[in-house]
Design a protein around this ligand. Sequence first.
Ligand code: EPZ
Length: 422
Amino acid sequence: MAAYFLVKGEQTVKGRITINGAKNSAVALLPAALLTEEKVKIDNLPRITDINILLEIMRALGAVVSFAGGRSLIIDGANVDSFIPPETLVNKLRASYYLMGSLLGRFGRVEIPMPGGCDLGPRPIDQHIKGFTAMGAEVEVEHGLVKVKAKALKGAHIYLDVVSVGATINIMLAAVKAEGRTVIENAAREPEIVDVANFLNAMGAQIRGAGTDVIKIQGVRELHGAEHSVIPDRIEAGTFMIAAAATGGELIVADVIPRHLEPVTAKLKEVGAEVELGPDYIGVRGSNGLAACDVKTFPYPGFPTDLQPHMMVLLLKAPGISLITENVFERRFRHIDELRKMGAMITLEGRTAIINGGRPLSSAPLRAMDLRGGAAFIIAGLIASGDTIVNNIAYIDRGYEKIEERFQEVGVCVQRLETGQQ
Ligand code: EPZ
């Protein structure tokens, strides 16, 4: 039996929602914890399937992981004795690539299959490899397996050719225990990178400059135990903010760091939503007269590619022509064909989607093609007429914790059903 979401149409999101810990931090914090043999505690962990898979991988490597309460995890990496994460699990998760940096840092060795994850177009890891090689590692790719080995990792000066979140974090993980100083130039500046650097520093690392485009890491001999709380998920927050704007609703999104959402709040205002910024919350009030606008995705602090599909759905409500240019991933547009099934008028020219907004959407059976596109279909279902079915929801569960219950909390009907059940 396959699970799917049934989304009741023409509904309005309203009320208050508190935001969970950030997936894209958490998936790096867990591998980072393997850099010490001492116990580490991570709080505010999102309970999503990507984390469950990562925990299975860590257990397979020899770590003892146990929850102390719903969202606090204790990781005891003392008995980790393998540098070969199991292929079947690694293939399920893009972020398993962080085990490259962390196991390399711990054992000077790692053998791992090329990472899986959402199909957003080509997702090479050449910049990760460039970093490891600069630090003295030998890297071989054989039969889909990446084998990295270093007698002793040495600090290096690394200039990234593309701004990459994954490469920045992976190089940081490998560099914290390397001999001497590593400098990463043209580093990514995402808040999740700062979160990982803060955790590593709490473990005794010496990282400066995270959040800027030059990160300097002075290698230390050992890391020790620490406790850390995951930052709020700005993409989950943005999802609900956009849902409120698209449905003409009124929502308080609480427990967020409003600064992390500036690119999103700026666009929501431009589209015509009202946005109120509090110290740790953001209020969004939709409007019936939304305005078309242009959006270009860029690395942070640009508009996040992870909210591009949601923004597209919002712009379907705004009369006139809007353009969305996807600058981060070459083919992150697989949601367009599905949205067309609802009557959306969207054409694609190269990396730019041309959205002819303001036309009514009607329900249709949709198939999630990736995590964020799938979540955007729920928002599309809320503004369409009729009941929309979203299939393939395992993608959505990878990064959103019980998203149907979260939508129910804000007053709309999204149900998780099994085929054969209505
Ligand atoms: C991270 O992916 C996130 N994943 C993605 O979140 C997010 O969309 C992306 O950053 C951009 O913000 C995690 O944090 C686990 P990149 P990542 O390396 O690290 C190219 C979600 O839905 N590139 O910053 O894989 C790459 O092809 C997801 O939560 C190289 O060319 O992204 C892309 O065009 C999906 N060579 C661009 O850089 C490399 O070695 C940015 O990718 C690495 C990347």
